[in-house]
Structure formats: C-alpha cells, structure tokens
Design a protein. Structure first.
Length: 119
C-alpha cells in the first residue's frame, strides 16, 4: 500500500496509507496530497494575485479541510488568512485568486477522466 509517484517534472513523491488501511503510514496518503494540492495552489494564486495588484501581502496561510462522504469528498472548505491586507480588499483578492488557481478551477468544472490499462 505504498508507492512513489514521479511527477511530470521528475520529482519523486512517496505515497502511503495509514496502518489501519494496510499501509505503513510512512508518507502522506492520496487524500492528504489532494488537499495539499488545493491548499498550495490557492496559496500561490493569492500571492500571484496580490503581486499583480501591488497589494502588500505580508503572509498568507491557507488551511483546507475535506468532508468525507463515502469514497469521496462531499465538501472542501478553505480558511484563508491574509496578513497585511486591509479587510476591504479581502474579497477582491480571493476572487482574483479563484480565477488563476488551476486546482480549484479544475474542481469547480470537473474534467472528464479516461482510464486505459496496459501490460
């Protein structure tokens, strides 16, 4: 129940399952990586959007929580902490980040998925 994923750019990412699911708990599980993808992409989108708008963003923290519903997430909640950004600019900055975040845009308009098996 453990594997290593090679990304398109050649990075190696270990993936494992918790012991209760038959893994060794020595690496993040796929759902951890999924939520981390949401958080990291949105974080970078906020930073990018702030720079484009010349907003003096001192720090940003994005916490992502998924609510399980059987074998899938029924909901994903993001809590975004913007340090150094006036509150009246929060909504515009978040809206701008939503436009450039690849991961959340993909989730909002799910792509088709095809699976091919080979030997």
């Amino acid at each position: 129940m453990r594997c290593t994923v090679r990304t398109e750019r050649g990075f190696l990412v270990p993936v494992d399952e918790p012991v209760a699911s038959g893994g060794t708990d020595a690496a993040p599980q796929p759902t951890d990586l999924f939520l981390a993808s949401v958080a990291s992409c949105f974080t970078l989108a906020v930073i990018y959007s702030a720079r484009r708008r010349k907003i003096a963003l001192e720090d940003v923290t994005v916490e992502v929580t998924g609510t399980y519903d059987g074998p899938r997430f029924a909901a994903i909640e993001m809590d975004v902490r913007l340090v150094g950004v006036p509150e009246d600019q929060h909504a515009d900055l978040i809206a701008a980040a939503e436009q450039v975040c690849y991961v959340t845009r993909t989730l909002r308009d799910a792509p088709s998925i095809s699976i091919k098996a080979h030997d």
